[in-house]
Design a protein around this ligand. Structure first.
Ligand SMILES: O=C(O)CCC(=O)C(=O)O
Ligand SMILES: [Fe+2]
Length: 314
């Protein structure tokens, strides 16, 4: 089955993405639509009957993968505006292997500078393994971060250092200590930052290295816009310095169909808690899954099929 991709990246955009490690923002929803969707999604998130992980609600990973049970999010991760562009970056076979809500309530700390490749950083075990002939790692994932609310310099917008995606400054296999009390609101270069109970600096290859913040760009985004970036791009976010404006980002993470997702494990341990992968499956948003060991879901946990664009029927 061939379909025309309406939202292809232009050659210039592909070159920009290769050079900078990110592209966008692009509009997915108008601010009014986003507001309405956010309202519905917020209500759906409270119902955890079909939620993939039955874990303590305050844990970071209780927020993972709600595209597996909230219908509007199941649709969101498959949207042509996103997937058409990803095909130009990842090729025909594309999996959505994870999604996360990243809330920053008023007063919240900024997110530490970081790069992620295998996502071993918090779990102690690589969550993504690329084919051996491609190095087994070093591919990272493509993040599609959607602003559910206004993301400004005051509410906690994302920050990128363009062009840093080709060199890893962190070694994710080093391991870091989860200590939410010690690691919260630590002043780093004058800014309150943390990483959900971790201090990401513990993974630096060179403990004396510092991100060159003078080269950082602020990704100010309107509600309903999304940005596409490599997880190996050096990225962070500003603290929410307002007293009354919450910031909410929703990130969906994608890899090519040949990548092994969560190999050799039935659980994920991260951020001080554990989830079972019993109800988990990666979602084929374009083409096919090429890794027989990957868990795949064709329907969400309510039994609704994922409406992926361009998915091969064979
Ligand atoms: O939203 C944030 O503050 C950080 C997002 C991030 O690091 C990610 O989506 O990988
Ligand atoms: Fe990140």
């Amino acid at each position: 089955m061939t379909t025309t991709r309406q939202f292809k990246l232009s050659e210039k955009e592909q070159q920009d993405f290769d050079r900078n490690g990110f592209i966008g923002p692009f509009t997915l929803y108008s601010p009014e639509e986003m507001k309405a969707i956010h309202k519905k999604v917020r209500a759906s998130l409270l119902n955890r009957d079909y939620a993939p992980y039955q874990t303590a609600l305050e844990s970071t990973i209780a927020n993972y993968d709600r595209h597996l049970d909230v219908s509007l999010l199941s649709e969101h991760v498959c949207r042509a505006e996103i997937v058409d562009r990803l095909v130009d970056i990842l090729g025909e076979d594309v999996l959505c292997w994870r999604s996360e809500f990243i809330p920053k309530p008023p007063g919240a700390e900024g997110t530490d500078w970081h790069q992620a490749d295998t996502f071993e950083h918090a779990s102690g075990q690589p969550q993504l393994v690329w084919p051996e002939e491609e190095g087994g790692g070093a591919g990272g994932t493509i993040n599609v971060w959607t602003a559910f609310t206004e993301a400004t310099e005051r509410t906690g917008c994302l920050m990128f250092v363009p062009g840093t995606h080709k060199q890893m400054y962190y070694d994710e296999s080093k391991g870091m200590e989860w200590d939410p009390e010690k690691n919260a609101n630590v002043l780093k270069e004058g800014t309150r930052r943390g990483f959900n109970g971790y201090d990401y600096r513990a993974l630096q290859k060179d403990p004396h290295w510092k991100p060159d913040e003078s080269r950082a760009v602020n990704m100010v985004m309107k509600p309903g816009e999304f940005i596409v970036f490599r997880s190996t791009l050096l990225h962070a976010s500003k603290p929410n310095s307002t007293t009354d404006i919450p910031r909410l980002g929703y990130v969906a993470r994608y890899v090519p169909g040949r990548v092994k997702v969560y190999p050799d494990t039935d659980v994920v341990k991260e951020f001080g808690s554990e989830i079972s992968l019993e109800r988990y499956g990666t979602v084929v948003v374009s083409g096919k899954n090429r890794q027989p060991t990957n868990r795949v879901r064709n329907t969400n946990l309510r039994g609704e099929p994922f409406k992926a664009t361009g998915v091969s029927l064979q």
